[in-house]
Design a protein around this ligand. Structure first.
Ligand SMILES: Cc1cc2nc3c(=O)[nH]c(=O)nc-3n(C[C@H](O)[C@H](O)[C@H](O)COP(=O)(O)OP(=O)(O)OC[C@H]3O[C@@H](n4cnc5c(N)ncnc54)[C@H](O)[C@@H]3O)c2cc1C
Ligand code: FES
Length: 276
Protein backbone atom coordinates (compact mmCIF):
# COMPACT_ATOMS: atom_id res chain seq x y z
CA UNK A 1 0.00 0.00 0.00
CA UNK A 2 1.33 3.43 -0.91
CA UNK A 3 0.60 6.57 1.06
CA UNK A 4 -0.36 9.54 -1.07
CA UNK A 5 0.69 13.11 -0.28
CA UNK A 6 -2.63 14.98 -0.23
CA UNK A 7 -1.31 18.46 0.56
CA UNK A 8 2.11 20.10 0.60
CA UNK A 9 3.03 23.44 2.11
CA UNK A 10 6.33 25.19 2.80
CA UNK A 11 5.96 26.74 6.26
CA UNK A 12 9.40 28.36 6.40
CA UNK A 13 12.66 28.03 4.45
CA UNK A 14 13.51 24.31 4.58
CA UNK A 15 10.49 23.40 6.75
CA UNK A 16 7.67 21.56 4.98
CA UNK A 17 4.25 20.28 5.97
CA UNK A 18 2.58 17.30 4.30
CA UNK A 19 -0.84 15.76 4.81
CA UNK A 20 -0.58 12.07 3.97
CA UNK A 21 -3.40 9.64 3.31
CA UNK A 22 -3.04 7.03 6.08
CA UNK A 23 -6.54 6.34 7.44
CA UNK A 24 -5.62 3.55 9.85
CA UNK A 25 -2.91 5.67 11.45
CA UNK A 26 -5.19 8.72 11.61
CA UNK A 27 -7.85 6.70 13.44
CA UNK A 28 -5.48 5.61 16.20
CA UNK A 29 -3.23 8.67 16.66
CA UNK A 30 -2.75 10.22 20.09
CA UNK A 31 -0.61 13.31 20.86
CA UNK A 32 3.07 12.45 21.37
CA UNK A 33 3.17 9.64 18.81
CA UNK A 34 5.26 9.34 15.67
CA UNK A 35 5.67 7.54 12.35
CA UNK A 36 8.53 5.70 10.74
CA UNK A 37 8.48 6.30 7.00
CA UNK A 38 10.39 4.88 4.04
CA UNK A 39 10.13 6.76 0.78
CA UNK A 40 10.89 3.93 -1.65
CA UNK A 41 12.38 0.44 -1.95
CA UNK A 42 15.95 1.69 -1.44
CA UNK A 43 15.07 4.41 1.07
CA UNK A 44 16.17 4.51 4.72
CA UNK A 45 13.65 4.50 7.54
CA UNK A 46 13.28 7.83 9.37
CA UNK A 47 11.04 8.80 12.31
CA UNK A 48 8.78 11.87 12.10
CA UNK A 49 6.26 13.04 14.67
CA UNK A 50 2.57 13.16 13.81
CA UNK A 51 1.65 16.83 14.09
CA UNK A 52 -2.07 16.28 13.55
CA UNK A 53 -4.51 13.63 12.40
CA UNK A 54 -7.88 13.96 10.74
CA UNK A 55 -9.71 10.65 11.17
CA UNK A 56 -12.59 11.75 8.91
CA UNK A 57 -10.30 12.71 6.04
CA UNK A 58 -8.06 9.72 6.81
CA UNK A 59 -4.95 11.91 6.86
CA UNK A 60 -1.98 12.55 9.11
CA UNK A 61 0.18 15.65 9.10
CA UNK A 62 3.97 15.71 9.28
CA UNK A 63 6.19 18.76 9.55
CA UNK A 64 9.86 18.27 8.83
CA UNK A 65 13.06 20.20 8.45
CA UNK A 66 15.35 19.36 5.55
CA UNK A 67 18.51 18.13 7.25
CA UNK A 68 20.12 15.52 5.02
CA UNK A 69 19.55 12.94 2.31
CA UNK A 70 16.13 11.56 3.24
CA UNK A 71 14.48 14.77 4.41
CA UNK A 72 15.68 16.60 1.25
CA UNK A 73 14.42 13.71 -0.87
CA UNK A 74 11.08 13.87 0.96
CA UNK A 75 10.99 17.64 0.50
CA UNK A 76 11.42 17.20 -3.25
CA UNK A 77 8.22 15.12 -3.48
CA UNK A 78 5.00 16.73 -4.59
CA UNK A 79 1.29 16.62 -3.92
CA UNK A 80 -0.01 13.42 -5.55
CA UNK A 81 3.27 11.49 -5.06
CA UNK A 82 3.27 8.47 -2.77
CA UNK A 83 5.46 7.36 0.13
CA UNK A 84 6.08 3.60 0.11
CA UNK A 85 5.85 2.83 3.88
CA UNK A 86 4.18 4.70 6.70
CA UNK A 87 4.38 2.81 9.99
CA UNK A 88 2.50 4.08 13.03
CA UNK A 89 1.28 5.48 15.25
CA UNK A 90 4.34 4.51 17.30
CA UNK A 91 5.49 5.40 20.79
CA UNK A 92 3.76 5.98 24.11
CA UNK A 93 1.21 8.82 23.92
CA UNK A 94 1.55 11.84 26.22
CA UNK A 95 -0.32 11.45 29.50
CA UNK A 96 -3.07 14.03 29.06
CA UNK A 97 -4.64 14.99 32.41
CA UNK A 98 -5.19 18.02 34.61
CA UNK A 99 -1.84 19.37 35.81
CA UNK A 100 -2.88 23.01 36.43
CA UNK A 101 -0.57 25.55 34.82
CA UNK A 102 1.45 24.07 32.00
CA UNK A 103 4.33 25.71 30.13
CA UNK A 104 5.07 24.51 26.62
CA UNK A 105 8.47 25.30 25.15
CA UNK A 106 9.09 24.78 21.44
CA UNK A 107 12.36 25.19 19.61
CA UNK A 108 12.16 25.51 15.80
CA UNK A 109 10.36 22.59 14.17
CA UNK A 110 9.57 21.28 17.71
CA UNK A 111 6.49 23.53 17.53
CA UNK A 112 4.79 20.92 15.32
CA UNK A 113 4.89 17.97 17.78
CA UNK A 114 4.19 20.30 20.73
CA UNK A 115 0.97 21.73 19.25
CA UNK A 116 -1.28 18.60 19.55
CA UNK A 117 0.00 18.01 23.10
CA UNK A 118 -0.79 21.57 24.23
CA UNK A 119 -4.15 21.49 22.46
CA UNK A 120 -5.13 18.29 24.31
CA UNK A 121 -3.82 19.68 27.64
CA UNK A 122 -5.90 22.84 27.14
CA UNK A 123 -9.02 20.83 26.29
CA UNK A 124 -8.50 18.91 29.55
CA UNK A 125 -8.70 22.13 31.56
CA UNK A 126 -5.06 23.11 31.93
CA UNK A 127 -3.92 26.71 31.54
CA UNK A 128 -1.17 26.88 28.95
CA UNK A 129 1.68 29.37 28.58
CA UNK A 130 3.80 28.80 25.49
CA UNK A 131 7.30 29.91 24.61
CA UNK A 132 8.17 29.58 20.92
CA UNK A 133 11.75 30.15 19.89
CA UNK A 134 13.84 29.92 16.75
CA UNK A 135 17.12 31.17 15.35
CA UNK A 136 15.42 33.91 13.35
CA UNK A 137 11.94 35.31 12.54
CA UNK A 138 11.53 33.40 9.25
CA UNK A 139 11.84 30.04 11.03
CA UNK A 140 8.99 30.65 13.50
CA UNK A 141 6.16 28.23 12.67
CA UNK A 142 2.66 27.65 14.09
CA UNK A 143 2.56 31.04 15.79
CA UNK A 144 -1.18 31.52 15.25
CA UNK A 145 -2.05 27.92 16.15
CA UNK A 146 -0.05 28.06 19.39
CA UNK A 147 -1.63 31.41 20.26
CA UNK A 148 -5.07 29.76 20.07
CA UNK A 149 -4.22 27.12 22.70
CA UNK A 150 -2.26 29.44 25.01
CA UNK A 151 -3.30 32.12 27.49
CA UNK A 152 0.08 33.70 26.73
CA UNK A 153 2.52 33.18 23.85
CA UNK A 154 6.09 34.40 24.24
CA UNK A 155 8.31 34.56 21.16
CA UNK A 156 12.10 34.49 21.26
CA UNK A 157 14.66 34.61 18.45
CA UNK A 158 18.40 34.15 18.81
CA UNK A 159 19.04 37.20 16.59
CA UNK A 160 16.24 39.40 17.98
CA UNK A 161 14.35 39.68 14.64
CA UNK A 162 11.06 38.82 16.43
CA UNK A 163 9.99 38.81 20.08
CA UNK A 164 12.62 38.74 22.80
CA UNK A 165 16.25 38.41 21.75
CA UNK A 166 17.82 35.27 23.22
CA UNK A 167 16.99 31.70 24.11
CA UNK A 168 13.70 30.15 25.26
CA UNK A 169 15.28 29.45 28.64
CA UNK A 170 15.24 33.17 29.58
CA UNK A 171 11.44 33.66 29.67
CA UNK A 172 10.98 30.20 31.19
CA UNK A 173 13.29 31.13 34.07
CA UNK A 174 11.35 34.38 34.53
CA UNK A 175 8.02 32.51 34.61
CA UNK A 176 9.29 29.92 37.11
CA UNK A 177 10.73 32.58 39.39
CA UNK A 178 7.57 34.73 39.13
CA UNK A 179 4.15 34.33 40.72
CA UNK A 180 2.92 31.67 38.29
CA UNK A 181 5.23 28.71 38.72
CA UNK A 182 4.12 26.03 36.22
CA UNK A 183 3.01 22.63 37.52
CA UNK A 184 4.56 20.95 34.49
CA UNK A 185 6.70 21.86 31.48
CA UNK A 186 6.74 20.24 28.02
CA UNK A 187 9.84 21.00 25.97
CA UNK A 188 10.39 19.85 22.38
CA UNK A 189 13.26 21.00 20.23
CA UNK A 190 16.98 20.40 19.70
CA UNK A 191 18.64 18.20 22.35
CA UNK A 192 20.77 21.07 23.62
CA UNK A 193 17.65 23.20 24.12
CA UNK A 194 15.86 20.44 26.04
CA UNK A 195 18.97 19.87 28.17
CA UNK A 196 19.16 23.57 29.03
CA UNK A 197 15.43 23.75 29.80
CA UNK A 198 15.89 20.89 32.27
CA UNK A 199 18.80 22.74 33.87
CA UNK A 200 16.39 25.63 34.51
CA UNK A 201 13.47 23.53 35.81
CA UNK A 202 15.64 21.18 37.90
CA UNK A 203 16.48 23.89 40.49
CA UNK A 204 12.80 24.40 41.26
CA UNK A 205 11.82 20.75 40.88
CA UNK A 206 9.30 21.50 38.10
CA UNK A 207 8.12 18.33 36.37
CA UNK A 208 9.54 18.44 32.85
CA UNK A 209 8.66 16.27 29.89
CA UNK A 210 10.90 16.12 26.83
CA UNK A 211 10.51 14.28 23.52
CA UNK A 212 13.79 12.59 22.63
CA UNK A 213 15.08 12.23 19.09
CA UNK A 214 17.84 9.61 19.07
CA UNK A 215 18.60 7.79 15.83
CA UNK A 216 15.90 5.18 15.21
CA UNK A 217 15.77 2.28 12.82
CA UNK A 218 12.91 -0.18 13.22
CA UNK A 219 10.84 1.91 15.67
CA UNK A 220 9.47 -1.22 17.33
CA UNK A 221 12.01 -2.01 20.08
CA UNK A 222 13.96 -4.65 18.14
CA UNK A 223 17.26 -3.03 17.04
CA UNK A 224 18.36 -1.16 20.17
CA UNK A 225 19.48 1.79 18.07
CA UNK A 226 17.41 4.36 19.99
CA UNK A 227 18.85 3.36 23.37
CA UNK A 228 18.90 6.21 25.92
CA UNK A 229 19.64 6.36 29.63
CA UNK A 230 16.87 7.69 31.86
CA UNK A 231 17.33 7.67 35.63
CA UNK A 232 20.27 5.27 35.22
CA UNK A 233 18.13 2.74 33.33
CA UNK A 234 18.40 1.83 29.66
CA UNK A 235 15.25 2.72 27.74
CA UNK A 236 14.33 2.36 24.08
CA UNK A 237 12.91 5.66 22.90
CA UNK A 238 10.67 4.11 20.27
CA UNK A 239 8.69 1.90 22.64
CA UNK A 240 9.34 3.42 26.10
CA UNK A 241 9.18 7.03 24.79
CA UNK A 242 9.85 9.21 22.91
CA UNK A 243 8.56 11.31 25.83
CA UNK A 244 10.51 11.02 29.08
CA UNK A 245 11.00 12.77 32.40
CA UNK A 246 13.60 15.29 31.25
CA UNK A 247 15.13 15.69 34.69
CA UNK A 248 16.24 12.02 34.55
CA UNK A 249 17.62 11.97 30.97
CA UNK A 250 21.34 11.64 30.20
CA UNK A 251 21.37 14.22 27.39
CA UNK A 252 25.14 14.19 26.89
CA UNK A 253 25.02 10.52 25.94
CA UNK A 254 22.32 11.09 23.28
CA UNK A 255 24.12 14.13 21.88
CA UNK A 256 27.30 12.07 21.40
CA UNK A 257 25.42 9.07 19.94
CA UNK A 258 23.49 11.27 17.47
CA UNK A 259 26.77 12.59 16.03
CA UNK A 260 28.19 9.13 15.42
CA UNK A 261 27.32 8.89 11.72
CA UNK A 262 27.99 12.47 10.65
CA UNK A 263 30.56 11.41 8.01
CA UNK A 264 28.26 8.73 6.52
CA UNK A 265 25.36 11.22 6.55
CA UNK A 266 27.53 13.77 4.71
CA UNK A 267 28.59 11.20 2.06
CA UNK A 268 25.01 10.03 1.63
CA UNK A 269 23.77 13.60 1.09
CA UNK A 270 26.60 14.40 -1.37
CA UNK A 271 25.79 11.26 -3.38
CA UNK A 272 22.10 12.20 -3.45
CA UNK A 273 22.85 15.78 -4.53
CA UNK A 274 25.22 14.62 -7.28
CA UNK A 275 22.61 12.18 -8.58
CA UNK A 276 20.09 14.95 -9.29
C1 LIG B 1 10.74 10.18 17.56
C2 LIG B 1 11.34 11.17 16.59
C3 LIG B 1 10.53 12.11 16.02
C4 LIG B 1 11.04 13.02 15.10
N1 LIG B 1 10.18 13.94 14.58
C5 LIG B 1 10.64 14.84 13.71
C6 LIG B 1 9.74 15.80 13.12
O1 LIG B 1 8.53 15.81 13.39
N2 LIG B 1 10.25 16.68 12.23
C7 LIG B 1 11.60 16.69 11.90
O2 LIG B 1 12.00 17.54 11.11
N3 LIG B 1 12.45 15.80 12.43
C8 LIG B 1 12.02 14.87 13.31
N4 LIG B 1 12.88 13.93 13.82
C9 LIG B 1 14.28 13.92 13.33
C10 LIG B 1 14.34 13.25 11.94
O3 LIG B 1 14.06 11.87 12.07
C11 LIG B 1 15.74 13.44 11.32
O4 LIG B 1 15.91 14.81 11.04
C12 LIG B 1 15.89 12.66 10.02
O5 LIG B 1 15.96 11.29 10.30
C13 LIG B 1 17.15 13.10 9.29
O6 LIG B 1 17.40 12.25 8.21
P1 LIG B 1 18.18 12.77 6.91
O7 LIG B 1 18.55 11.60 6.08
O8 LIG B 1 17.46 13.84 6.24
O9 LIG B 1 19.47 13.49 7.51
P2 LIG B 1 20.85 12.87 7.93
O10 LIG B 1 21.91 13.69 7.31
O11 LIG B 1 20.86 11.39 7.72
O12 LIG B 1 20.83 13.14 9.46
C14 LIG B 1 20.80 14.45 10.03
C15 LIG B 1 20.66 14.27 11.55
O13 LIG B 1 19.35 13.71 11.81
C16 LIG B 1 19.44 12.67 12.80
N5 LIG B 1 19.05 11.39 12.18
C17 LIG B 1 19.55 10.80 11.08
N6 LIG B 1 18.96 9.62 10.82
C18 LIG B 1 18.06 9.44 11.81
C19 LIG B 1 17.15 8.41 12.13
N7 LIG B 1 17.04 7.29 11.40
N8 LIG B 1 16.41 8.55 13.25
C20 LIG B 1 16.48 9.68 14.01
N9 LIG B 1 17.32 10.68 13.76
C21 LIG B 1 18.11 10.57 12.68
C22 LIG B 1 20.89 12.65 13.26
O14 LIG B 1 20.99 13.45 14.43
C23 LIG B 1 21.64 13.25 12.14
O15 LIG B 1 22.84 13.85 12.53
C24 LIG B 1 12.42 13.01 14.75
C25 LIG B 1 13.25 12.06 15.34
C26 LIG B 1 12.73 11.15 16.26
C27 LIG B 1 13.61 10.12 16.88
S1 FES C 1 14.46 2.13 16.90
FE1 FES C 1 15.09 0.09 17.15
S2 FES C 1 14.76 -0.30 19.23
FE2 FES C 1 14.03 1.69 18.95
Amino acid sequence: MAYKILEKEELAPGIKQYDIHAPRVAEKFKPGQFLVIRLHEKGERIPLTIAMADARAGSVRIVFQEMGKTTFELGAMNKGDSIMDVLGPLGVPTEIKKYGLVAGVAGGVGAAPLLPILKALKETGNRVITILGSRTKDLLIFRRELEKVSSELIITTDDGTAGEKGFVTFPLKRIIEGKNKPDAVWAIGPLIMMKNICNVTRNDGVRTFVSLNPIMLDGTGMCGCCRVTVGGHVKFSCVDGPEFDGLMVDFDEIIVRNRRFLEQERISYEKYKNSL
